[in-house]
Write a protein of this length. Structure first.
Length: 397
């Protein structure tokens, strides 16, 4: 299976298309749980779900880790506004998100680690970076020194100027006086105020970790080095993944990642769906009126690398395709389907997924195939197996 690797800006062999038994590891950056999952989240996580389903189809076991960023600035702000503890807000939003994504047919991650439960390991990694001279203190805060690892900028491929601009826009502080380099980023923020709930007493002093170090630590703790696929939304390329790569490499976790996969945005009115623009479509809201298979089929009309303008009418097309799938698969059980050799439809869907996860091609292929009369049991068996492979098995129920 070939996938586009952000760091080399090329298609790489993510896994052999021959069956294997070696564990395939995936780390997907999860959400900050302060609001419900929207279609942008659904699209991103469905992309990684399709990758895992194809890898499992090849016979390889998968371990997928999707973290919960419950130590993060927007969460404290929302919790303070609501007058609740930030971890209570995180837990309730976390359950809401898991339920919506589960109903969308996502296979649950093997591990869903919370940043708040990895403080000791975070402190240990920051301490080792300090000891190695890759981090330094500034008025109680601790920064990563980007000159400590060769090739900062390698993951994104962005110029120094662009990285500085993004750092400014996305929560960095390139202008802070006293830093060694403008792009040095925060590992630990000192919090003097004892009334601040997001504050831990540690050997580094009182405070809380920066966002990037949390993922480096959780990836290391649950998957180790050489992660087969690590990714998330394309807006995480810089600074988040660039910084993860830098820290993990400086901490000796090499190779950190074999393939970086990033998913383009779902848009509404020409803009990326985002909380600040108020143009969100929530997954649990859509599930009230539509089947999960129809929503997935609608999302699969977009290539994962590009995303695109959300078109609600795609869901109606998805409902219709689901009905045709159900009819075409009638009378053949999963066990019967698995016992038959792969027919042309299954082979073509596998080939499309192996070709940089070409989900739009899968949908087009299904449409053209199901518009013709049923070609018998082997065809029905293919439909059953394709439904499992694409995570639309709920259409057959
Ligand atoms: Zn992350």
């Amino acid at each position: 299976m070939r996938l586009h690797d952000t760091a080399t800006r090329s298609l790489v062999q993510a896994t052999d298309s021959a069956p294997g038994s070696e564990l395939f590891t995936m780390y997907v950056c999860g959400v900050t749980p302060y609001d419900a999952a929207h279609l942008g989240h659904g699209f991103t996580f469905m992309t990684f779900d399709l990758i895992r389903r194809r890898v499992e189809d090849l016979g390889r076991p998968v371990k997928l880790v999707r973290n919960i960023t419950d130590v993060d600035e927007p969460l404290y702000a929302k919790a303070a506004e609501m007058g609740v503890h930030f971890l209570d807000l995180a837990r309730s939003e976390e359950r809401r998100m898991q339920s919506a994504l589960g109903r969308l047919g996502l296979i649950p991650p093997e591990v869903e680690p919370r940043a708040s439960e990895h403080l000791d390991e975070i402190v240990a990694m920051i301490s080792s970076l300090l000891a190695a001279g890759a981090a330094y203190e500034l008025d109680g805060d601790i920064y990563f020194d980007v000159s400590a690892t060769p090739g900062y900028g390698r993951v994104s491929g962005y110029s120094h100027g662009l990285m500085t601009r993004f750092a400014q826009m996305r929560g960095g502080d390139p202008d802070r006086a006293g830093k060694r380099q403008p792009l040095d980023f925060l590992l630990w923020r000192r919090i003097g105020d004892e009334g601040d709930p997001a504050r831990w007493e540690t050997p580094l002093g009182p405070g809380r970790p920066g966002w990037h170090i949390e993922c480096s630590v959780m990836a290391d703790r649950h998957l180790g080095t050489g992660i087969d696929v690590h990714g998330g939304g394309a807006d995480l390329i810089f600074p988040h993944h660039e910084c993860e790569q830098a820290q993990s490499t400086a901490a000796g976790r090499v190779p950190f990642v074999k393939c970086w996969v990033h998913v383009g945005p779902m848009q509404m009115g020409g803009e990326k769906m985002s909380k600040s623009l108020g143009n969100l479509v929530f997954v649990d809201r859509l599930l009230e009126d539509h089947s999960p298979a129809a929503i997935r089929l609608a999302l699969m009309r977009y290539h994962y690398r590009s995303g695109g303008e959300w078109r609600p009418e795609f869901i109606e097309d998805g409902e219709e395709l689901s009905r045709k799938l159900r009819k075409a698969a009638a009378g053949v059980s999963r066990a019967e389907a698995a016992a038959l050799p792969a027919g042309p439809l299954l082979r073509e869907i596998r080939a499309a997924l192996d070709d940089n996860l070409d989900a739009p091609r899968c949908v087009r292929r299904l449409e053209s195939c199901l518009s013709r009369p049923n070609a018998g049991d082997s065809h029905a068996a293919d439909v059953v197996r394709v439904a499992d492979l694409l995570g639309i098995e709920s259409a057959l129920a």
